[in-house]
Design a protein around this ligand. Structure first.
Ligand code: 13P
Length: 250
């Protein structure tokens, strides 16, 4: 039985105030929650979050990392520094990074390896565009991203990775994949994990769904057999919505 994981991706949003408010609401809820929760705010909030979540079951997550551990990479953040900020999880391969910042599968793979070396668990995002889905290439696309992201890693490392299936056409659009579409892609992801890793790794790995998850649809999405959690963007910034999504993960 896989524990559900609800992850908040704040993207370039939020504030110290929102972090305070969110933790104040979530901390008591987490005392009786069965799911895991991770919040990925912008980097400048990470260090404050580290002390604010002490003694709670809320984990600190980052949205990005560089593959190198130091150097002349203006504006980037290293894995060792994330580690110092108490970061336990980090998103890699988000479609916004792939599309807006030109990140390739190779770069994403090297970030994943760097994170693993520094004890940070990667949340590897995969997902197709609307055109790829319309032309029937969506499965092939997602399988390729998975292979480049995870094949050949040591089993212990694969066991520390989580996959987030985020169809690009569902991100920030209000259009979610139907629970059936999401569940069926998750089955394909798991089957692929069986061959690129092993049935044991595939059976244990949490596969999250992301794309317009909100307080209204979270129950249905999270009750699908192959969906082990959610990666939530817009609704994770809403203090009246995110706790309901976390509750749906219990
Ligand atoms: P939305 O929940 O706003 O659609 O964003 C999803 C996402 O990109 C999470 O990483």
């Amino acid at each position: 039985m896989r524990t559900k994981l609800v992850a908040a991706n704040w993207k370039m949003n939020g504030s110290f105030k929102l972090l305070d408010e969110t933790l104040n609401v979530l901390s008591p809820l987490m005392e009786r929650a069965s799911c895991e929760v991770v919040i990925c705010p912008p980097d400048v909030l990470l260090y404050s979050m580290k002390s604010a979540v002490e003694g709670t079951r809320i984990a600190v997550g980052a949205q990005n990392v560089h593959s190198e551990i130091s150097g002349a990479f203006t504006g980037e953040t290293s894995a060792p520094l994330l580690q110092e900020c108490g970061v336990q999880w980090c998103i890699v391969g988000h479609s916004e990074r792939r599309i807006l910042f030109g990140e390739t599968d190779e770069f994403i793979r090297s970030k994943t390896e760097t994170l693993l070396k520094h004890g940070i668990r990667p949340i590897l995002c995969v997902g197709e565009t609307l055109e790829q889905r319309k032309s029937g290439n969506h499965e092939e696309m997602v399988i390729a991203q998975l292979g480049k992201g995870l094949s050949g890693l040591a089993v212990d490392d694969q066991n520390r990775c989580v996959v987030a299936y985020e169809p690009i056409w569902a991100i920030g659009t209000g259009k979610t994949a139907t629970p059936e579409q999401a569940n069926s892609m998750h089955k394909i992801v798991r089957k692929e994990l069986e061959s690129l890793a092993s049935p044991e790794v595939a059976g244990k790995m949490q596969i999250l769904y992301g794309g317009s998850v909100n307080a209204e649809n979270a129950d249905t999405i999270l009750s699908q057999s192959e969906i082990d959690g959610a990666l939530v963007g817009g609704a994770s910034l809403k203090i009246d919505a995110f706790p309901l999504i976390v509750a749906a993960g219990n």
